[in-house]
Design a protein around this ligand. Structure first.
Ligand code: AMP
Ligand code: ZN
Length: 114
């Protein structure tokens, strides 16, 4: 499958990994939009939020506890952070493998939508 994030999971493409287990991978975004910008992804290829299945519910719940672990690791658990999932054309999703942007390390803008 020609999916960039599957290649990152398979280590065919290098990345700066901050967390990994059998189901979840987290790595630094190559073009950080904030001092802390980590992408947290399921290892299962799910192309977008719209493709979620009932069977994925536990995995998505787990991703949020992993996000907390990553937040602790990168030092934003106490200061706070924002989690964003872009979906589809209007959501400006570029990479078609579900990913959660974990952003922080500074006071983020109050507006989510420009
Ligand atoms: P999205 O626009 O929500 O699909 O986000 C895709 C994100 O992937 C962007 O923030 C990119 O900077 C990031 N990205 C693209 N290629 C890589 C890569 N090779 N390693 C890490 N992050 C990447
Ligand atoms: Zn993929």
């Amino acid at each position: 499958m020609d999916c960039l994030f599957c290649k990152i999971i398979n280590k065919e493409v290098p990345s700066d990994i901050v967390y990994e287990d059998d189901e979840v991978l987290a790595f630094k975004d190559i073009h950080p939009a904030a001092p802390v910008h980590v992408l947290v992804i399921p290892k299962k290829h799910i192309s977008a939020l719209t493709e979620l299945q009932k069977e994925d519910e536990a995995l998505i719940g787990k991703i949020y506890t992993c996000i907390n672990e990553v937040a602790k690791k990168v030092g934003v658990f106490e200061s706070g952070y924002r989690v964003i999932v872009n979906c589809g054309k209007d959501g400006c999703q570029e990479v078609k493998h579900l990913h959660f942007h974990l952003l922080g390390g500074k006071k983020l803008g109050e507006k989510i939508v420009e």
